[in-house]
Design a protein around this ligand. Structure first.
Ligand SMILES: NC(=O)c1ccc[n+]([C@@H]2O[C@H](COP(=O)([O-])OP(=O)(O)OC[C@H]3O[C@@H](n4cnc5c(N)ncnc54)[C@H](O)[C@@H]3O)[C@@H](O)[C@H]2O)c1
Length: 357
């Protein structure tokens, strides 16, 4: 690891296993940008660019380290020829003006360009395909998911939701011994781009879906039969399936102790506040599908379409294959008596990236 550009006194870097970490103050924006490259052993590191407020630079650096490490696991489980990386920019609570935002995106692009191709970014919380178009132009290609009109693979939410459905259907079969979600009571936390698509597809297939979101303004958009809004805490409701589709860190030792869902599977990144929650869920007979496998549809779509020259049906088949992997992972975890997190690590260690064509 090298080039830590901000003097840190309160964050222990002793346990950091990353190849590189950059923490820089953007010369145009004055905003602190952190880029972590966890691994390039299978190919350039990939992972999204997150722009959001953080309470401190320490928490932003912690997040970029955790998220980039998880991306290495996600790429290995998806058999992609990449390792994990991430960008985090910590902004004020008030929205940036358009010119301040463009200054920030230019600073991010400059930081990514300094890594010389060892890291390629993509959209994440707070960034869009249009931002990726600007970064792609300024870095000569180091960004996935530009708009389709500009030659990219566009918004990844549809592919992410597709992958979560594949994971959820496989897990429902394993846990509830049914091939259909019809009649199951399913709670979705987060009615954003991905949560909404998942909720609507489950309701269309006959599930009894109850959704919640911090943003009460979304309540009026819950309209179709089979979908209902709740303001109560879904973690404490009796559910056949809980779908975390908001921010990470939902499953803490406290919430895991109270959780009454039988199965948890969803797109939110880094759902466990700490790894020991995986064992706690296992002890409580709650099956948790690691987000590193369930949320990989978007990244599979971007890499297959923009880099591996797969067509749409071939790409969709790769996303559907998440279901087969989830079945293998859950079967291995149950038969070996290990946590699903340990099973994910074992599968990742045994994986082989798909050949580039
Ligand atoms: N978009 C993708 O392709 C993609 C890919 C992989 C992983 N993910 C992850 O999936 C999750 C959802 O992604 P998205 O693109 O739908 O994001 P989004 O920002 O569109 O939606 C997230 C929603 O969660 C709500 N929310 C936040 N905190 C909440 C809380 N505590 N309780 C209830 N609601 C809350 C927000 O109001 C928002 O409506 C994120 O964790 C993201 O990192 C997304």
């Amino acid at each position: 690891m090298h080039d830590v550009g901000v003097n840190r006194t309160d964050l222990s870097l002793d346990s950091v296993d990353h190849e590189e970490l950059y923490v820089v103050r953007g010369p145009r924006s004055g905003i602190t940008i952190s880029v972590a490259v966890h691994s390039t052993s299978s190919g350039p590191a990939i992972g999204g660019c997150r722009i959001k407020p953080y309470p401190s630079v320490d928490t932003a650096v912690d997040d970029v380290l955790r998220l980039s490490r998880a991306m290495t696991l996600k790429c290995a489980l998806a058999d992609l020829p990449h390792g994990g990386g991430k960008t985090v920019a910590t902004v004020p609570d008030q929205p940036l003006s358009p010119s301040a935002r463009e200054a920030l995106i230019r600073d991010i692009a400059e930081t990514i360009a300094r890594l010389g191709g060892r890291y390629i970014t993509g959209p994440d919380i707070g960034t869009t395909p249009e931002d990726m178009a600007l970064i792609h132009r300024l870095t000569s290609g180091l960004a996935f998911c530009r708009p389709e009109t500009l030659g990219g693979s566009g918004n990844s939410s549809v592919a992410t939701a597709h992958g979560v459905r594949a994971a959820l259907d496989a897990a429902v079969s394993h846990v509830h011994h049914t091939e259909s979600v019809a009649g199951l009571r399913i709670g979705v936390i987060g009615f954003g781009s991905v949560g909404r698509l998942i909720s609507e597809s489950l309701a269309a297939d006959g599930a009894d879906v109850v959704v919640t979101d911090l943003n009460e303004g979304l309540r009026s958009q819950v309209r179709r039969p089979g979908l209902t809004w709740t303001s109560t805490d879904l973690l404490r409701q009796d559910l056949d399936v809980l779908v975390p589709a908001a921010t990470g860190g939902l499953l803490t030792t406290e919430t895991a102790a109270d959780c009454r869902a039988r199965l948890i599977v969803g797109p939110a990144n880094n759902q466990l506040a700490s790894d020991d929650v995986a064992a706690q869920l296992q002890e409580r007979n709650i099956t948790w599908v690691p987000d590193v496998i369930a949320s990989a549809g978007g990244i599979i779509h971007a890499v297959c379409r923009e880099e591996l020259a797969y067509d749409e049906p071939e790409t969709n088949a790769r996303i559907d294959a998440i279901g087969v992997k989830v079945t293998r992972l859950l079967t291995h975890a149950s038969s070996s008596g290990i946590t699903t997190l340990a099973a994910a690590h074992a599968m990742a260690n045994a994986s082989e990236p798909a050949p580039t064509r």
